[in-house]
Design a protein around this ligand. Sequence first.
Ligand code: NAP
Length: 460
Amino acid sequence: MAVQTINPFNNELIKNFQEMSPELLAVEISIADETFQSWRKTSFGHRAGLLHAVAKLMREQRDQLSGLITLEMGKLIAQSYGEIALSADIIDYYAINGEAFLSDQKLETEFGQAYLKNTPIGVLLGVEPWSFPFYQVARFAAPNIMAGNVVLVKHASNVPQCALAIEKLFLEAGAPQGLYTNLFVGGSRIAEIVANPRIKGVALTGSETAGASIAAAAGKNLKKSVLELGGSDAFIVLEDADIDKAVEWAAVGRMNNTGQCCVASKRIIVLEAVADEFLDKFKAKLTGLKVGDPMDKDTQLGPMSSEGAVIQLVEQVQRSVRAGAKILLGGKLIDRKGAFIEATILGDLKPGMAAYHEELFGPVASFFRVKNEQEAIALANDSPFGLGGSIFTSDIERGKRLAEQMDTGMVFINHPTWTQPDLPFGGTKGSGYGRELSSLGIQEFVNKKLIRISELTDPF
Ligand code: NAP
């Protein structure tokens, strides 16, 4: 993919960027490795100081940074502001808590004394998606830099100005060269970077295709990997739920980021007793969203991230319809310049149809009616993905019981799947492995080193 900014609001090419030559890439990896040798010896206090400075600059520059997100991938401007605020919070969160999360852990042993020491492992590669260009990077870079590692970041090719802006924030905050390095390279060069002996681990947030390719490269080279991949979250509405609230949250869960969230509420599963009421209200909620420029704060439905993305989504809708699915709302490209599609609801979905098994990464909800809670859980679990999921009910104990039966990394009761710095984020099955955020996210790329102290008189 060419590294370039194309505004999805009107498909205009704004700026082209040069890919890095193999020579420059080798220099950047070498600088990162040198920087690691000194960064690993810095105190937690020093690392925290740098991260707080990055977060502060991010907040100070929020107007410009939010504008870049909206320009490059079309996010509604208010949501771009939200993303900048959340990213700064994540960076501060690790600055505040990182030392405690990585403190020595005393082990109870039969003989001698023993403890675990968390030590950094080296240069890490992060491969990041365009969907949340600052948030995704924050949740990879902040914990790993706090742990004493250094990072190279290969961002998605369609958000190069966001990629450069993050690197600049670190440099402005006083980071040594090589602590955070932006790489302008295509996806096809990732396997070669992973194979470089100086790279000690790789984290990807992206599609299953990219995940399979990176996991293969990591496996071949015996490197640790963390994969945060796609999802098709079920949003289950039980008959005892507050239907108006459930409809409100379904609309947020499905439409946030113009439907381009890994944890969007993509499959709405409603018990028969309340299905008609829910569907009528859900349709009404999505009908008449104000379409327009994502820079305009009154716009409610902006463009998708690119022309290619919207074409692929329409193709998935059409394939499902040819196989018998019914369009309950929308379904078409909007007749205007830019990557726009109508808010869409699909029904009558059956196994074998695209919309039943594939991830629909845009404002298209799949609607299902089921007879009872067992059917709801069986349908929710009949997916190659296992990222998040939601259950709406007025009976919390019932919600917890059903949540435990869902094959996903996260379940939210009475809320769409969501994110905050202190909650672990990640999935099972085709949604990948490993966790980001919370105390778990900082443990992925550290060496949990055992240190044991023996008395010479100990029996062994
Ligand atoms: P993508 O096409 O997989 O791209 C993600 C990143 O991987 C980009 O930097 C891309 O580079 C790179 N890439 C693509 N193909 C590659 C390959 N074969 N080998 C190595 N790197 C490769 O995904 P996307 O379209 O940007 O993002 C959407 C996907 O990410 C969705 O499936 C979404 O659910 C998932 N996602 C998951 C999470 C989570 O936390 N689980 C969060 C957000 C998004 P180029 O841009 O240069 O192609």
